[in-house]
Design a protein around this ligand. Structure first.
Ligand SMILES: Cc1cc2nc3c(=O)[nH]c(=O)nc-3n(C[C@H](O)[C@H](O)[C@H](O)COP(=O)(O)OP(=O)(O)OC[C@H]3O[C@@H](n4cnc5c(N)ncnc54)[C@H](O)[C@@H]3O)c2cc1C
Length: 384
């Protein structure tokens, strides 16, 4: 067994081994097919659930494993071994962004109705914040919830939503108050919206993550009952902020996992492929490039693990998590491009994993808060 690196212990390395086994058996062999299909099967949720992987950090009383964020961190890093950014993203959105707000802010009844079946893989979740007119500027969302007898009526549109076609429920940010001037951060609430009458999805075509269903979701006069309000009325911004640190750490961990895998496979390719009478790795330029890339993987891992260690220790490591997100997403895309280059023409071909990995990695600097937004946060934290 690989020796553990803090903040992980031997117990986490044992978990890593079992997750990697499952992924290599149940997911990775089908990655290429699912990319072609533009869809990974819903049964993947059940397969992960059967091993307890949809609820690692959730209490046993809800069907979880009673673990913590460190156990989940192992999963985030290992999911990259699926070799399909889309599959990892769909499963990851359910685990890392859709269910955590219900766990943290949900009523007991909401937890029974959504979290418990989500941990069992029976209900699939999505998080709906982004809209055609509001991405980075979250407070500018326009989807409105009008108060009616017994609940709300929802109208509006969300876009770029992961699991947006398959999700049974959408944890949705809405405007619940109209003030002049707009209250911006203090007029947002969250509703758990069941797929049903008035909810329609259309899948989007994209550069990477082909196996995932990224979609636009329209809400047309959708009635949402009172009991589906998640958290406090008009205090939804708190809910958004509450999970951002974990979402960004999860993305950093995913990037580290993807980088390590791409490096391993590219180094192997460089040992096998011969030009001018020697393996590619026998050429100094390639050898040095691989050395630089290994250094990049190591640097990204150290920065990410440091942020993770602080996060699980209960610090509020806004600076470290933001830096980890910023560093790893761009470094991951750069590494994929360099690995693709080492593959030569093969790197441009569908049958080589690196073609997909390079496309998949392009999302990192955009999603979960773009590079520019990370720099804005750092500007504030650094007192600039
Ligand atoms: C594949 C995919 C999956 C996604 N999944 C989800 C999901 O599940 N749920 C969800 O809610 N959202 C999801 N998103 C949305 C994602 O979070 C947004 O795309 C992202 O936050 C950026 O918002 P935007 O696309 O509206 O870009 P904009 O906010 O319009 O920004 C455009 C560009 O301008 C830059 N910019 C914006 N403001 C500033 C500023 N103040 N200073 C400098 N530069 C600035 C941005 O960094 C970006 O480069 C997903 C997106 C993609 C592509």
């Amino acid at each position: 067994m690989t020796p553990s690196t803090p903040p992980f212990s031997d117990e986490h390395e044992e978990l890593r081994r079992s997750i990697r086994g499952l992924i290599e058996r149940e997911l990775a062999p089908y990655a290429q097919q699912w990319e072609e299909d533009r869809w990974f099967p819903d049964e993947c949720f059940a397969k992960l659930a059967a091993q307890g992987l949809l609820g690692l950090k959730y209490p046993e009383s809800y069907g979880g494993q009673g673990g913590d964020y460190l156990h989940e961190a192992v999963l985030c890093e290992e999911m990259a071994r699926t070799g399909s950014g889309g599959t990892a993203a769909g499963l990851g959105a359910h685990i890392n962004i859709a269910t955590p707000p219900i766990w943290k802010f949900g009523t007991e009844e909401q937890k029974q109705r959504y979290l418990v079946p989500a941990i069992r893989g029976e209900k699939i979740g999505a998080l709906g914040i982004t809209e055609p007119g509001a991405g980075s500027d979250v407070a500018a969302i326009a989807t409105s919830a009008e108060r009616v007898d017994g609940g709300w009526v929802l109208n509006g549109e969300k876009t770029y939503i992961t699991n947006g076609v398959r999700a049974h429920f959408i944890v949705t940010a809405v405007k619940t108050r109209k003030t002049t001037p707009p209250a911006r951060h203090h007029d947002i609430s969250f509703l758990i919206v069941d797929r049903g009458e008035g909810v329609s999805s259309s899948a989007l075509h994209k550069l990477g993550w082909h196996a995932s269903d990224t979609a636009t979701i329209s809400f047309q006069d959708v009635f949402v009952p009172e009991e589906n309000l998640l958290g406090e009325l008009n205090d939804g911004f708190k809910l958004i902020m509450a999970n951002f640190q974990w979402e960004r750490l999860a993305m950093a961990l995913g990037a580290v996992g993807a980088m390590a895998l791409a490096w391993e496979r590219t180094a192997e390719f460089a040992r096998q492929r011969h030009t001018f009478g020697r393996p590619l790795s026998g050429h100094q330029a390639i050898r040095h490039k691989l050395a630089d890339l290994a250094t990049s993987v190591y640097t990204c891992r150290c920065v990410t693990y440091d942020a993770l260690r602080r996060f699980v220790a209960g610090e509020e490591p806004l600076k470290e998590v933001t830096m980890a997100k910023l560093l790893t997403q761009r470094a991951c895309f750069q590494l994929m491009d360099d690995c693709l280059q080492i593959h030569g023409g093969a790197g441009y071909m569908r049958e080589y994993f690196i073609e997909r990995a390079a496309r998949d990695a392009r999302l990192g600097p955009i999603g979960g808060g773009s590079d520019e937004i990370m720099r804005e946060i750092l500007g504030r934290v650094l007192g600039l």
